[in-house]
Write a new protein. Structure first.
Length: 323
């Protein structure tokens, strides 16, 4: 058997092995699994992308066990697995445009790297950037664990040192890791790809694991934007539609009725206007991210950076004067 942790750090007994239904998780087993997590246990569980290793977010010993088991350094971005979007704002700094972007793609197999708030434990943060990964899964077992736990779960993909793909067979996990973790949840064979990582924190984004993910999101945002425009075009052309009175529903007019378009345009609801602005803001963020990936800025010396800042300030004053 592969020995990943030294004997002193292995669990004394063989890890528990729960077979949980992937679509209708048994409440009794979910409660037992969460009790293991609350008591400092490290668990393997399925997500909508692949199997993952998780533990309680504030448990330093459990987090360090996960770090050593995966062979991760302190620069690795851990992920907080949240039950829904309402938890994201507690752990990450999210503006309106970014929230609408997240809402359009979560739940789903995406991990977004965001600027963390003070609620995130220091040991989970990137040491220099103060960022954290956040995702909302759609897998019933993961969601049941989160609902019973009542808080996010610290998590990383189950990729062992030296491997490039996640483990997929729960029985192989049991053979390799029965003395390394406290619980293995068998929810069937897992996926073979880790979640797509998208860095939307301040600064230049790191290249995502999926090369096309930024462009995919842009296409989806374009579709959303086009759909909103179509809705408003229909509204402006036809006006607000209303149902005819039931008393006159079967009465046919003797002469053709010519509908005259109203001179004033229908009023746009504030929520609809917010939707358009939110999509536009999200699209601008992604365009900037794509541009940074395709055309990275060259590193400047201190003198060059100072000269560039002075030139930008002069240009800004010139534009203000012209306006």
């Amino acid at each position: 058997m592969t020995q990943l942790l030294p004997p002193s750090e292995q669990v004394e007994n063989v890890s528990q092995f729960f077979q949980i239904h992937p679509e209708n998780p048994q409440a009794r087993l979910i409660k037992q699994a969460v009790e293991i997590i609350r008591n400092g246990g490290v668990v393997i569980y399925p997500t909508d992308s692949s199997y993952a290793i998780g533990c309680k977010i504030g448990d330093k010993n459990a987090v360090e066990r996960v770090r050593r088991l995966r062979g991760l350094d302190d620069k690795h971005n851990f992920a907080l697995i949240c039950s829904d979007l309402s938890q994201l704002g507690l752990f990450a700094k999210i503006d309106t445009g970014l929230f609408r972007l997240l809402k359009a793609h979560l739940p789903g197999p995406y991990t977004f790297i965001l600027n963390a708030t003070r609620e995130v434990p220091r040991l989970l943060l990137h040491p220099k950037k103060r960022t954290i990964g956040l995702r909302v899964p759609s897998h019933p077992i993961a969601l049941a664990l989160l609902e019973e736990l009542g808080e996010p779960l610290m998590s990383v993909t189950l990729i062992l040192p030296g491997d490039t793909d996640p483990l997929t067979d729960p029985y192989e996990m049991r053979q390799l890791l029965e003395h390394q973790v406290d619980l293995i949840i068998d929810g069937g064979f897992g996926g073979i790809k880790a979640s797509t990582v998208i860095n939307l924190a301040d600064g230049e984004p790191e290249e995502p694991k999926e090369e096309t993910c930024f462009h995919t999101l842009l296409l989806e945002l374009d579709t959303m934007e086009e759909g909103l425009k179509t809705d408003f075009d229909d509204l402006l052309r036809d006006g607000e539609a209303s149902e005819p009175d039931a008393e006159f529903a079967d009465v046919q007019p003797e002469t053709e009725v010519v509908q005259i378009e109203a001179e004033s345009e229908p009023e746009i609801e504030p929520e609809q206007e917010d939707d358009i602005l939110g999509v536009a803001e999200a699209r601008e963020k992604l365009l900037a991210a794509v541009a940074a990936l395709e055309h990275p800025k060259p590193e400047l010396s201190d003198e060059e950076a100072e000269a560039l800042a002075l030139a930008e300030a002069i240009e800004a004053e010139r534009r203000e004067f012209e306006d």
